[in-house]
Design a protein around this ligand. Sequence first.
Ligand code: HEC
Ligand code: HEC
Ligand code: HEC
Ligand code: HEC
Length: 149
Amino acid sequence: MKKRNWVVPSVFVAVALFVGALIAVAADAPDVITMNSKLWPQHTKANVQFTHKKHAEDYKIACADCHHKYEGGKNVWKQGDPVAKCESCHNEPTIEGEKKLPPEQQKLNLKLAMHTNCQECHKKLKAQNPQSAAPTTCVQCHPKKEGQS
Ligand code: HEC
Ligand code: HEC
Ligand code: HEC
Ligand code: HEC
């Protein structure tokens, strides 16, 4: 009996925290983010429209699948922590011959960080289900150059 008294309030707290966290996304991140990093003074590809809210809510992807803070090789970022822009750490735009760089340096390249994060997941989804709408070709993410400001 004594145990039960603890279970109910702690479930309530867990649910409240969960709901609170979803509200925090809505408040702190736009529903759709135009990916337009100033690290590229001139984009060669059209800006990607990233459906942040859909990814977090409809596709149910954990925040920590995309947001991280590494300490001792481990991702210690947790919901509620501040979110830094990717480019605050991945601050190399494009490095000549980047594929040949050692992996630690590739990780600090913004284009590779983005492509790795987005593409690894989409390719996995496509492999599991060929009908998946997860984009894997350039033009599906970077639609066209015209009309870009
Ligand atoms: C599929 C990947 C992905 C998921 C899942 C995701 N995010 Fe994001 N989030 C991003 C990207 C990419 C940006 C844009 C970052 C940038 O412009 O450098 C962003 C931006 C943000 C920003 C705005 C940061 C700024 O300074 O502009 C906040 C806040 C945020 N996310 C919180 C969350 C929270 C909380 C969750 C989980 C409920 C979450 N995100 C889930 C990828 C994701
Ligand atoms: C606070 C600094 C910081 C921020 C902000 C950050 N990263 Fe990273 N990221 C790192 C570091 C450091 C590593 C290398 C970790 C390791 O040793 O494996 C890394 C590794 C990665 C990797 C390769 C490892 C993996 O997880 O597969 C990808 C992809 C990546 N980041 C994408 C992103 C994206 C996308 C964002 C923004 C939504 C982002 N990062 C924000 C510091 C950061
Ligand atoms: C951990 C998995 C995961 C990551 C990481 C991820 N996505 Fe997705 N993405 C999905 C899923 C799931 C769908 C929906 C697929 C479907 O509907 O069949 C999707 C769909 C999309 C779509 C098409 C539908 C829509 O909502 O617009 C775009 C565009 C897209 N993602 C862009 C991105 C970009 C840009 C990034 C990186 C910043 C990214 N995604 C990172 C899982 C992911
Ligand atoms: C899943 C979505 C996705 C796919 C697929 C994708 N990209 Fe990207 N790409 C991005 C995102 C997000 C950025 C970061 C843009 C920013 O932050 O300004 C980016 C950045 C770039 C950049 C640097 C910025 C610029 O415009 O010059 C180039 C070049 C690029 N991508 C080329 C490609 C090519 C070529 C392909 C196909 C082989 C491709 N991308 C496929 C999402 C994608």
